[in-house]
Structure formats: structure tokens, C-alpha cells
Design a protein around this ligand. Structure first.
Ligand SMILES: Cc1cc2nc3c(=O)[nH]c(=O)nc-3n(C[C@H](O)[C@H](O)[C@H](O)COP(=O)(O)OP(=O)(O)OC[C@H]3O[C@@H](n4cnc5c(N)ncnc54)[C@H](O)[C@@H]3O)c2cc1C
Length: 532
């Protein structure tokens, strides 16, 4: 059963090793567990539905609680305190294109807002019902989850847009194929959600972003149906797939997606290298990217992220020995961890590995083999469970991300981390903030920052939220001022909406609003997200 107020399956817990508590206490301070709220109390606070009855619409309060919020930190604060300002008035699970069209007609007729719901893993407020006079209908796409067509000759597969990561991969693997899209939310997020948020998988370096995989599909909008044929390429004017990518449910419901797939790789391996400092590691990664080495992943952590990873890993004796061994090889306290993924034909993997390790050793990197890399792979979808554990200890954890050109990377990391570290100084609170580069390009990289702060005594949700607002605001402002995109992969939703104009300009925003109106003349589709 899925957790109603946290990440993942209720039966999966991720306990921290003994070494983690003193580490966090030293860097952030001693925390106290916030009070727990039981779901029964939240369910009993759900107001009467404002939607007229319809055979496809379920107004059960429990359903409405499960679809009320996503996975952003403000969502967690609302869910964990039981103070949820608005619920959807009903939830529908369409099983066909015709049922989706019927739900759009119904929402238009009764003046309801319609929120498409994939896996509900949004971290920027995409799927939240917003308070207001119009009733809200959430359309959960989980029943549109089949493999509809597989063209093995052309390496194209068409799925229902509500298919979740593991089911999609299982369908493809059974036929010897893979998509290769592995966001950290893979276990719970859906294909349609990936497309309309421009999602990015952990191995995007080898497999590409979802944009590169999205060959075509079907959009049911209030103004009609849009079919996007899966041409290999086309010069027929602006590409309408670009309008669907990143549309965040504003233009309609994506019901089918045709994907560019590929044969399962012959071989894959993940290796770890420690550098004496971040600058050396970053330069090695840049050189590998600009030499176009065929890697599938490069994940380069700052010194503090590396230290935190080692502290949370447990295995204290082994880590102590590793640190001693690294010191003897010139890698000291500022050590920074790089995980490299290499995927493909066996001989190509071997040659890419040799080339990559030649570059890393040029920058003083010490290769420690496959053990660390394998551990990373094993835990790649498990780490989000840590958020549950940390919250229950009294720590709130959030992440934010951007991308910028290589020449700007050191400045932007410094600006973001500084903004976070200083954010709560006036109330005497410390913030742990650290970053990594995990989606790299020849021209630049994303920067992914994790930060952690104390939940105030007695778990006061207003103060927990205020701290988040201060930190998120300061970090986002730092990103904009330092010349980064406001989001490389999480999208806009409500949380980034105030900053979009800084990136798109007034005319760009007006054009986006016009597009919304073209597909959705009455403004029923997920209003208040992406653009106001
Ligand atoms: C722990 C964790 C790790 C994450 N890791 C990553 C990561 O590595 N990479 C990354 O890119 N993101 C990541 N995310 C963010 C999130 O998983 C992605 O944005 C994901 O693409 C959302 O997919 P979803 O199916 O959950 O969509 P939802 O959260 O349900 O919806 C997101 C938006 O898409 C719309 N939508 C969903 N399905 C459809 C559809 N069929 N038609 C029209 N609109 C639709 C919704 O209305 C909403 O606006 C992570 C989130 C969490 C909580």
C-alpha cells in the first residue's frame, strides 16, 4: 500500500545507520520528532463534494485525500500536519480515450477544473487542488496503462500514458527492449507525467531526456483531439510535440505515447572515482563530455555531499579504511565522489571505460572499482525513502535543481548553497546544503542541490512552511540572478510559476497563455499551474 503522507510503499523503511545521527546533530542540530497525524482524522475533515453525480466520478473522501497533494515539501507539510487547504471534489479513473473525452465534456458542463493525475510524484505543486469557487475533478490515468502497439522493426512502442515506470520496462524487457528512462521517482511516476513535465532519467547521458524518446502520441483537449504521428523527423513547421512536452496538464490529457525504444544493452557497469577536490572532478567530467565519450551517467558530488553520502552509508569500519587508503593516494578531506555509468556493447563499454579512467587519473582521480557503483545502482530508487526516516527524526529534506553553462557552474553552486546556508541564520538555525552534477552536456550541466533543516519544536506546520519559503525563495532567486534555468527537470507547477517570466519574457508568457486558450478555451485544464 502506498504511503498517504510520504514516499513509497508503507512496508519499505530505510533506517539510518548509527553514524548518521551524530553527523546530522553536529551539522544541523538535535531534532525532535514531529507529532503524527492519522489518516482517519484527515479523511473526516474532507468537505462534501461539490460535483454533481456522474458514473465515472468517485467522491469517496479517502480517494480525495490520496489525490490531494504531491511530493513537494509544502505537500509533505500539509499532509503530515493534516492541514490541507483544498481537496479534489471527485476522482475518476478513465479506461479509454472516449471516457477521457466524456470527463472533459462533463467538467466543461458543470464548470469544474480538471487535473490530470499520473503518479502524483510532482515536487512543484502540479497536481494540487487549489482553493476556489470551482469544483475540482482529478483524472487519475492509472487504468490507461497497457502496451498498445510494439513495432519491433522500427523500435517504436505505444503505451497508455498512465503506465508506471516498472510496468513499462517489464513490457519492453519481455521483448528484449528498454526505454532507459529512470528518474529517481521511476517506481511511482508515469509515462504521461514524464512527457508533460519534461522529465529526465538518471542515465539521460546515454539514453537522452524524455524529449528524445517521445516520438508522438495523442492529446485529448477540450478543443478536440490532437494526434502526433511518430515520424523519425519532419520539416513540417514547428513541432507540436514541443507544445505537449512541458504542458503540465494545461492543454489536455495525454492518453497515448509512442516511444523510441532500443534493444537491451549487452553490458552495463557503474564505477566510482574519488578526486582530491571538486574543481578537479568537474574538469574531468567536462573533458569527458567535450570528448563525447559514450557514457550513460556521470554523477559528480561536492565534498560535503560526498561526506554526507559516506556518513549515511553505514559500514563505518570499511569507510574508515577507504578514507585512509585514499589519503595515501593524495585524496584527503576535500574528497569528491564521481559515479560513472557505462552502457552498451561489451567492447564499446571496455573502450569507453579505459578512455574515461585515463581522463579521471589525469585530474588526480583515484578509481576504487565497481563496489561503490554497484551500491549506488542497488539503492538508486531507495534513497527517497530516507525522506520518511528523516522527517520522523525531525528533519525536513528538500531538493532543487537548475542547469547552466560550464563556465558558470562554480558560481551558481556557490550562490545556491550560500543562499541556503544563510537562509535561517536570523533565527539561529543551520541548514545542511550540498550539490552534485548529474546530467551533463558538452556545453554545461545541471546542478542538483539537497538541503535539510530542522522541523521546529512540536512540529509547528506554519513555521516549517515559513522556513521552506525563506529557503526556496532565496535559492531560486540565487539561481535566477546567477543565470541558471529555474528548472532543469522538475517543471513549473505552482512553486516555480512566479519565476517563469524571468526566463521566458513577457511575450513568451503571453504566447504560452494563448496556447492554453487555444486548446482549452474555458480554462478548465489544471489552472494555476505553469502560467497564471
Ligand atoms: C523522490 C522523487 C524523485 C524524483 N526524481 C526525478 C528525476 O530523477 N527526474 C525527474 O525528471 N523528475 C523527478 N521527480 C519529479 C517527478 O517524479 C516528475 O516530475 C515526474 O515526471 C512526474 O510524473 P507523474 O506521473 O508522477 O506526474 P504527476 O505528478 O501525477 O503530474 C505531474 C504533472 O503532469 C500532469 N500529467 C500527468 N499525467 C498526465 C497526462 N497523462 N496528461 C496530461 N497531463 C498529465 C499533471 O496534471 C501535473 O501537472 C522526482 C520526484 C520525487 C518525489
Amino acid at each position: 500500500m502506498r504511503r498517504w503522507n510520504g514516499w513509497g510503499d508503507e512496508t519499505v523503511v530505510y533506517p539510518l545507520p548509527d553514524s548518521a545521527t551524530p553527523f546530522l546533530q553536529q551539522l544541523v542540530g538535535q531534532a525532535t520528532a514531529p507529532p503524527r497525524v492519522v489518516i482517519g482524522n484527515v479523511v473526516s475533515s474532507v468537505p462534501e463534494s461539490r460535483l454533481p453525480a456522474h458514473p465515472l466520478v468517485n467522491a469517496d473522501p479517502l480517494e480525495r485525500v490520496y489525490h490531494a497533494r504531491g511530493q513537494s515539501l509544502p505537500d509533505w507539510i500539509a499532509l503530515r500536519s493534516g492541514r490541507i487547504p483544498a481537496f479534489p471534489d471527485g476522482v475518476a479513473y478513465p479506461a479509454s480515450n472516449e471516457q477521457v473525452r466524456e470527463l472533459i465534456r462533463y467538467a466543461t458542463r458543470v464548470g469544474a477544473h480538471l487535473i490530470p493525475f499520473g503518479g502524483g510524484t510532482s515536487v512543484v505543486g502540479h497536481i494540487n487542488a487549489l482553493p476556489g469557487p470551482a469544483p475540482v475533478l482529478t483524472v487519475d490515468l492509472s487504468r490507461l496503462n497497457g502496451l498498445l502497439h510494439l513495432d519491433e522493426v522500427s523500435e517504436l512502442a505505444t503505451f497508455g500514458a498512465g503506465v508506471m515506470g516498472p510496468d513499462l520496462e517489464a513490457h519492453l524487457r519481455a521483448k528484449g527492449f528498454t526505454l532507459g528512462h529512470f528518474p529517481q521517482s521511476f517506481e511511482l511516476s508515469t509515462l504521461g507525467g514524464w512527457v508533460v513535465t519534461r522529465s529526465n532519467g538518471q542515465q539521460s547521458l546515454g539514453y537522452g531526456r524524455i524529449e528524445a524518446m517521445f516520438a508522438g502520441g495523442r492529446l485529448e483537449s477540450p478543443a478536440g483531439t490532437v494526434i502526433l504521428p511518430p515520424f523519425p523527423a519532419s520539416a513540417a513547421g514547428p513541432d507540436l510535440r514541443e507544445a505537449v512536452l512541458g504542458s503540465e496538464g494545461r492543454f489536455g490529457v495525454v492518453t497515448e505515447v509512442t516511444l523510441r525504444i532500443r534493444k537491451l544493452p549487452e553490458h552495463e557497469e557503474f564505477r566510482a572515482v574519488f578526486f582530491p577536490g571538486f574543481e578537479q572532478g568537474k574538469e574531468a567530467v567536462r573533458e569527458m563530455m567535450q570528448a563525447r565519450l559514450p557514457m550513460s551517467m556521470l554523477r559528480m558530488s561536492t565534498a560535503l555531499e560526498t561526506e554526507t553520502t559516506l556518513a549515511l552509508a553505514g559500514h563505518e569500519r570499511v569507510i574508515r579504511m577507504l578514507k585512509q587508503w585514499l589519503r595515501l593516494r593524495g585524496v584527503g578531506e576535500q574528497r569528491c565522489l564521481l559515479i560513472l555509468g557505462i552502457t552498451g556493447r561489451k567492447d564499446a563499454v571496455q573502450s569507453a571505460r579505459d578512455d574515461a579512467l585515463a581522463v579521471t587519473s589525469k585530474y588526480g582521480g583515484v578509481h576504487v572499482g565497481r563496489g561503490f557503483g554497484n551500491e549506488w545502482r542497488k539503492g538508486r530508487f531507495r534513497t527517497p525513502y530516507l525522506r520518511n526516516t528523516l522527517w520522523e527524526m525531525g528533519y525536513a529534506l528538500d531538493t532543487l535543481e537548475t542547469a547552466t553553462q560550464w563556465s558558470n557552474i562554480p558560481r551558481i553552486i556557490e550562490a545556491i548553497e550560500q543562499a541556503l546556508r544563510n537562509g535561517l541564520v536570523d533565527i539561529g538555525e543551520r541548514v545542511l546544503a550540498f550539490s552534485h552534477l548529474s546530467h551533463t552536456y558538452p556545453w554545461g550541466s545541471n546542478v542538483y542541490t539537497t538541503y535539510l533543516y530542522r522541523i521546529p519544536a512540536q512540529g509547528d506546520p506554519d513555521e516549517t512552511l515559513r522556513r521552506w519559503q525563506v529557503l526556496k525563495g532565496a535559492a531560486t532567486q540565487a539561481i535566477v540572478s546567477a543565470g541558471g534555468t529555474i528548472t532543469h527537470q522538475h517543471g513549473i507547477g505552482t512553486d516555480h510559476l512566479p519565476y517563469l517570466a524571468a526566463e521566458k519574457g513577457a511575450l513568451g508568457i503571453a504566447a504560452l497563455r494563448d496556447l492554453c486558450l487555444r486548446f482549452d478555451p474555458q480554462g478548465i485544464m489544471n489552472p494555476g499551474k505553469l502560467v497564471s
